[in-house]
Design a protein around this ligand. Structure first.
Ligand SMILES: [Zn+2]
Ligand SMILES: [Zn+2]
Length: 256
């Protein structure tokens, strides 16, 4: 069985033009898995269809990764009241709260949702699709990388990732068909931050983990996206830029 993945948001820390904050919608066997729920992504969702069999994963409590969660909660509440949504949406949240974000999300009464809590090495299944989590221990707060795998494919969404625990990240990504990787910076930014990656680092992650394909995301909204692609390609060739609404279809059929 194939999986389709559509980027709904590719920039941070704020949406700009037709670019939204982080979000990727995976569709598998009639189920939808939304990897992060950044500001603006709801504008690209088909309502109420995309609320059916929807599993929302929040990788960490940074607002750029769950800014539209309130909109989806309220949409679920409204469509349920209109009898157009029978099954609760499922929301997966990091178990360890940060700055009362979890509390505020689960206290929202105008919501037709069921909650699940994620801790390190947590996993769940949707039919034969296994979804597993790994605390990357290199971002500013607890942040989970997410792996979607069946016997046919292995796809990793890195979420926000730093450089301090790189070998473990490589291990989690090992032999992936696709890595959707953050690339917040370019080398020219000369950032001292160890809590995000450059496009070069993203390329290195794909190379070291022997991935088949790399898709870059989490760009600076003011930067020319092509520069990220050029930088990553100096280390890893089979690389693309994530673009809002541009579906990667029938994964894992990759060209080399
Ligand atoms: Zn973050
Ligand atoms: Zn972020």
């Amino acid at each position: 069985m194939k999986i389709n993945i559509t980027p709904l948001g590719t920039v941070s820390p704020y949406p700009k033009g037709n670019m939204n904050c982080p979000g990727f919608l995976a569709e598998y066997n009639g189920h939808k898995i939304l990897l992060d729920c950044g500001n603006g992504i709801t504008s690209l969702m088909k309502m109420p269809d995309d609320l059916q069999k929807l599993h929302i994963i929040v990788t960490h409590y940074h607002k750029d990764h769950f800014g539209d969660l309130g909109a989806l909660q309220y949409a679920s509440f409204a469509y349920h009241n209109l009898r157009l949504l029978k099954e609760q949406i499922k929301i997966y949240l990091p178990e360890n709260d940060f700055a009362n974000n979890k509390k505020s999300i689960i206290c929202n009464k105008e919501s037709f949702a069921e909650y699940f809590y994620v801790s390190n090495n947590f996993s769940f299944n949707i039919n034969d699709l296994k979804i597993s989590f790994y605390d990357n221990k290199s971002h500013t707060i607890e942040t989970f990388m997410v792996k979607l795998e069946t016997t046919d494919f292995k796809i990793v969404y890195t979420s926000d990732l730093g450089t301090t625990n790189f070998e473990k990240a490589v291990e989690f990504c090992k032999n992936s068909d696709l890595i959707i990787c953050e690339s917040s910076f370019l080398k020219k930014h000369n950032s001292q931050s160890k809590t995000h990656l450059t496009a070069f680092d993203a390329g290195l992650l794909a190379l070291k983990s022997e991935a088949k394909k790399l898709v870059l995301t989490h760009f600076w909204p003011e930067e020319d996206k092509m520069l990220y692609l050029e930088e990553a390609k100096t280390v890893f060739q089979n690389c693309e830029l994530a673009e809002e609404g541009k579906t990667q279809e029938g994964l894992p059929n990759y060209h080399h």
